[in-house]
Design a protein around this ligand. Structure first.
Ligand SMILES: [Fe+2]
Ligand SMILES: [Fe+2]
Length: 286
């Protein structure tokens, strides 16, 4: 699994033609105009009750484990800050953005897996004090958003994914590049970029199956990128993504990064087992 997975951006943009990148939602464009005015940002969100309700639900979920329940968007903004609330807004809008372009029923297991991944990532971020939970939550939800994107073009993509998860001969994206001339990391990266998500989020999406690149960063200094990547890879393992999305009994990727990840975080297998137990409890409670 050590093949080079880099794909030239211009080449990727060309092959992404035919894939419909959902537009940056209007509400986020409106918010961008008044940002960072907390009162006006909250006022725009409140105008859309479904978004406001979803934010309150996510922020009150076990993933964020706040000391007290919030009752309004204003509460959320005051408690978490405007940037964190915007991360949650992006996250809750992602699924809706695909409603008209993909078979949502076929993707049910995928969305459930992404929801669980987001909750576990937020929990790990908070428990290990690695970064703000909303950023980890956003990465959990968005990291595989290239999957529904490629599904728009290839109805059989989920079957192909099962085959990819079940083999250990080639890197994840190498197989996708070969079959589709694109892959879910680079297409997800373009969605994240066009939605103007934080740069570090875009980078984690782009590299999240690039084993060599990940190991290189786990062997270096602490960085926001490496910490978020560590959170995301642990969340994939804890939520058994290889099973839920990949229909595989084991993860072939986890053993290739595990040692370096543990060393980066200064934890051992036992620590990880403990974290896994707590994270699963959190996931079941949300
Ligand atoms: Fe992935
Ligand atoms: Fe994933």
């Amino acid at each position: 699994m050590s093949e080079n997975v880099e794909i030239d951006e211009e080449e990727a943009e060309r092959v992404l033609k035919g894939i419909n990148i959902p537009p940056h939602p209007f509400i986020l464009q409106d918010i961008a105009e008044v940002y960072p005015d907390i009162v006006r940002v909250a006022a725009i969100i409140i105008k859309d009750p479904s978004v406001a309700g979803a934010i309150i639900k996510v922020v009150n979920s076990a993933a964020f484990s706040l000391a007290r329940e919030i009752e309004s968007v204003q509460d959320a903004v005051t408690l978490l800050g405007v940037d964190s609330v915007l991360n949650v807004v992006n996250a809750v809008l992602l699924k809706n953005s695909f409603l008209d372009t993909v078979d949502m029923k076929a993707l049910e297991a995928f969305w459930n897996a992404s929801d669980d991944d987001a909750v576990v990532a937020a929990f790990l971020a908070k428990e290990m004090k690695l970064c703000k939970p909303d950023l980890a939550y956003m990465i959990g939800l968005f990291h595989d958003c290239g999957i529904p994107l490629i599904m728009q073009k290839n109805q059989k993509y989920l079957d192909v994914l099962h085959k990819i998860y079940n083999q250990n001969q080639h890197g994840f994206t190498v197989v996708e590049n070969h079959l589709f001339k694109t892959n879910h990391t680079v297409s997800g990266y373009f969605l994240a970029k066009s939605w103007k998500l934080p740069k570090v989020v875009c980078e984690v999406i782009k590299q999240h199956h690039n084993v060599d690149y990940i190991n290189e960063h786990f062997s270096g200094q602490r960085s926001e990128f490496a910490s978020l990547m560590a959170i995301e890879k642990m969340a994939e393992e804890i939520t058994c993504e290889y099973k839920t999305i990949g229909n595989s009994k084991v993860s072939h990727e986890w053993p290739l990064i595990k040692e370096n990840l543990f060393e980066y975080l200064g934890i051992c297998e036992l620590d990880f087992d403990e974290l896994r137990e707590k994270a699963v409890e959190t996931m079941q409670a949300s």
